[in-house]
Design a protein around this ligand. Structure first.
Ligand code: GLU
Ligand code: MG
Length: 449
């Protein structure tokens, strides 16, 4: 927990605390309590309706058997170990919340509890995971605000140094706010598209990584507003533009050793490190329903855009859904795998939990990786891809949902309540947006995440 005496408001400290959770459609939602009620909220929770389980991107509900009743209550309880003063919103603090039943036991549909449960499953096998999300976003000048030169992203070359001239103060405020919130910033830079940026943060435990992704995004929202900018974290912000990814970096460790380094397997992977990645690779079609959860996701997940649209792995291959990152001179401890196909419509807690479950299944089965994919799969003849077992990841939400439905592994890991809620939401989003044009899908999702 952060020292609350550091509040920008001096002695008064935070006055209101935001308790957030992320729903199965990938939307962060909130209830807030005055600071003097925080202790009470921690002990007894704050009431919330279970129907949130099947909320869709447009705030309608998918419903379905077991999810329709207006009756019932869950308790939203903050995790005070992550209580953070919001640097960009003086007087406010934030804490991620878990959902409990009224009897005080963890709720089976709680995504954050699932992530913690999977972390513990890994620990039971002596495996610790380090993870971190990349956040890509695109800003537009908010027509309702007076556009400031400081906030102006400016047209400009992809990754262009020139773009720092206009956006320097904006990016500096972001770096400062993240530092004030004890978030370990690794990189911040202009991305490919005009108005597009990226932040990456240091690896940490899976639940912390998901919490950090939520907090980073909220911090970006608040700071963008101050700079007269509207941020979008949607998979696509224009039908022909560059996508916003939500890549997940991960490394499995045992007894202080990175299992992706120092072994006898490909690029020095240890047998368990390789098996973990092979498990993730194996489950990618089903994981796509969690990491690419909106019809909008499939407008982004296309070949030759660095979105990782193929089920394959490769060292530093930005077209492989699973990119092995060995880094310059393979600095000690830094080897990791980047799951590139995921975007930020995803619930990060579901993602880290499901990726751990898939990786552990690989370890339990002693899986080996298939041969490496060394180029852009889209450029290879179909016969070559077929021979190497490289398949295109699902190209519609309906297809990935089918894979999730068939995954006994993920049903076992997530439990019926959670996976059935997710499946209801996926079918609901498909019914809501599946038949629409790309323009309409982008329009419907652009400002929602
Ligand atoms: N923006 C790309 C995406 O949609 C990724 C670019 C990169 O590799 O950083 O995932
Ligand atoms: Mg990027």
């Amino acid at each position: 927990m952060q020292d609350m005496s550091e509040s920008a408001d001096g002695d008064r400290g935070p006055r209101v605390v935001a308790l957030s959770w992320v729903d199965n459609a990938g939307i962060s939602r909130v209830k807030a309590v005055p600071a003097h009620r925080l202790e009470h909220a921690n002990r007894w929770g704050v009431g919330m309706a279970p129907v949130f389980d099947t909320f869709l991107v447009d705030d309608s509900r998918a419903g379905g058997p077991g999810f329709d009743s207006p009756v019932g209550d869950l308790r939203l309880r903050p995790d005070l170990t992550r209580l953070t003063l919001l640097a960009a919103q003086p007087g406010w603090a934030w804490a991620p919340a878990d959902r409990y039943g009224q009897d005080g036991t963890p709720y089976a549909g709680c995504q954050r509890s699932f992530a913690l449960r999977m972390t513990r499953e890994a620990q039971a096998r002596g495996i610790g995971l380090r993870m971190g999300f990349e956040t890509e976003w695109t800003v537009e000048e908010d027509p309702r605000a007076r556009a400031t030169p400081a906030g102006r992203s400016g047209p400009g070359p992809a990754y262009g140094l020139a773009r720092l001239a206009g956006s320097g103060p904006y990016l500096l405020d972001i770096a400062q706010a993240l530092a004030d919130q004890r978030i370990d910033l690794l990189q911040i830079h202009p991305e490919y598209e005009t108005g597009q940026y990226e932040v990456s943060t240091a690896p940490e435990s899976p639940v912390d990584a998901a919490d950090t992704a939520v907090l980073v995004r909220h911090t970006l929202r608040a700071l963008s507003a101050r700079h007269g900018l509207l941020p979008s974290f949607a998979p696509l912000t224009t039908p022909s533009g560059a996508g916003n990814g939500g890549h997940l970096h991960l490394s499995p460790w045992r007894a202080g050793t990175n299992l992706l380094q120092g072994g006898g397997g490909p690029y020095g992977m240890t047998p368990d490190g390789e098996a973990f990645l092979a498990g993730v690779l194996d489950s990618l079609p089903a994981l796509t329903a969690l990491g690419c959860p909106s019809p909008a996701s499939y407008l982004r997940l296309v070949p030759s855009q660095w979105a990782g649209a193929y089920q394959c792995w490769g060292r530093e291959n930005r077209e492989a859904a699973l990119r092995l990152v060995t880094g310059g001179h393979a600095a000690p401890g830094t080897a990791n795998a980047e799951v590139k196909c995921f975007d930020q419509a995803a619930n990060p807690y579901l993602l880290v939990g499901a990726v751990i479950a898939a990786g552990l299944a690989g370890v339990d089965a002693g899986l080996r990786l298939p041969p490496e994919c060394t180029g852009d799969p889209a450029a290879a003849p179909p016969a070559t891809l077929a021979r190497r077992g490289v398949r295109r990841l699902p190209d519609t939400l309906a297809a990935s949902t089918g894979h999730l439905e068939e995954s006994a592994l993920l049903r076992r890991a997530m439990g019926d309540r959670l996976i059935d809620a997710v499946l209801a939401v996926r079918r609901g989003e498909e019914a809501l947006l599946g038949g629409r044009t790309p323009e309409e899908i982008v329009e419907a999702t652009r400002w929602r995440y």
